[in-house]
Design a protein around this ligand. Structure first.
Ligand SMILES: [Zn+2]
Length: 193
C-alpha cells in the first residue's frame, strides 16, 4: 500500500508543477476523488494523511480490530486504487461487514480470508458514488488513542452505511465463506496476500 499506482495522476502532477511554482502547488486545496475530502493535494494529499495515520499507530498501538476497520474504511472510500479487483473489493467489504455485524470475530475473518485465497468466484458490482459523510479526517484530528478509536468506529459505520445497497452481497459472501466444509477451510495456512 502507498505505492503510487496512478501513472496518469503522476503525469498530471508533473505537468502542473511545470507551470506553477512549487510552493503554490502545495497549497492547492482540492477534493479527493475517493472520499470527497477537501484537502491540500486532493487525492494524493488524502493518501498522505492516511499514511500518516498508519504511521501514528506505531506510537499508539491500537487493536487489530480497529486497525482493520480503518484500512477497510479507507479502501472502500478509495476503490479505484484499493478495490481494483473483485477479490480486493470483496476482502474490504466483507472485512467491514465482519467488523460491524460480527464484532470482528476471528473465526469469521479467518473463514473469509481462506475463502478469498481459494477459488471464490466473486464479481465486482457497481459501487456507490457517494461513500459516506465522514472521512479519515475524523480520526486524523484526534491525538489520543480512545477518541481516535471512537472516531474510527464512526467513520467505519458511516462508510458501511454508504454501501447499504451492497450489504446483502457482503452477507452472502460471508455466508459462503462460513459454509465451506471444515476440510476445505483447514488447508495450508496461506494468507490472502
Ligand atoms: Zn480521500
Amino acid at each position: 500500500m502507498g505505492a503510487r499506482r496512478r501513472v496518469g495522476e503522476a503525469a498530471r502532477t508533473s505537468f502542473v508543477s511545470a507551470s506553477r511554482p512549487k510552493s503554490e502547488l502545495q497549497s492547492v486545496t482540492e477534493r479527493c476523488a475517493g472520499c470527497s475530502l477537501l484537502t491540500e493535494g486532493g487525492t494524493a494529499g488524502c493518501r498522505k494523511l492516511f499514511e500518516e495515520l498508519c504511521a501514528r499507530e506505531w506510537d499508539n498501538p491500537i487493536s487489530y480490530r480497529v486497525h482493520r476497520m480503518m484500512v477497510d474504511a479507507y479502501c472502500l472510500q478509495h476503490p479505484d486504487e484499493y478495490c481494483a479487483t473483485a477479490k480486493s473489493f470483496a476482502a474490504h467489504l466483507t472485512g467491514m461487514c465482519c467488523a460491524i455485524e460480527h464484532k470482528s470475530h476471528p473465526n469469521v475473518l479467518r473463514a473469509v480470508q481462506q475463502w478469498l485465497s481459494g477459488k471464490a468466484a466473486v464479481e465486482k458490482p457497481p459501487l456507490p458514488a457517494r461513500r459516506g459523510e465522514l472521512t479519515l479526517m475524523q480520526v486524523y484530528r484526534e491525538q489520543d488513542p480512545v477518541p481516535q478509536m471512537l472516531a474510527v468506529n464512526r467513520w467505519a459505520q458511516s462508510t458501511w452505511n454508504a454501501y447499504s445497497a451492497l450489504h446483502p452481497l457482503a452477507r452472502k459472501w460471508i455466508e459462503q465463506a462460513m459454509e465451506r466444509p471444515a476440510s476445505a477451510r483447514r488447508g495450508p495456512a496461506t494468507s490472502a496476500r
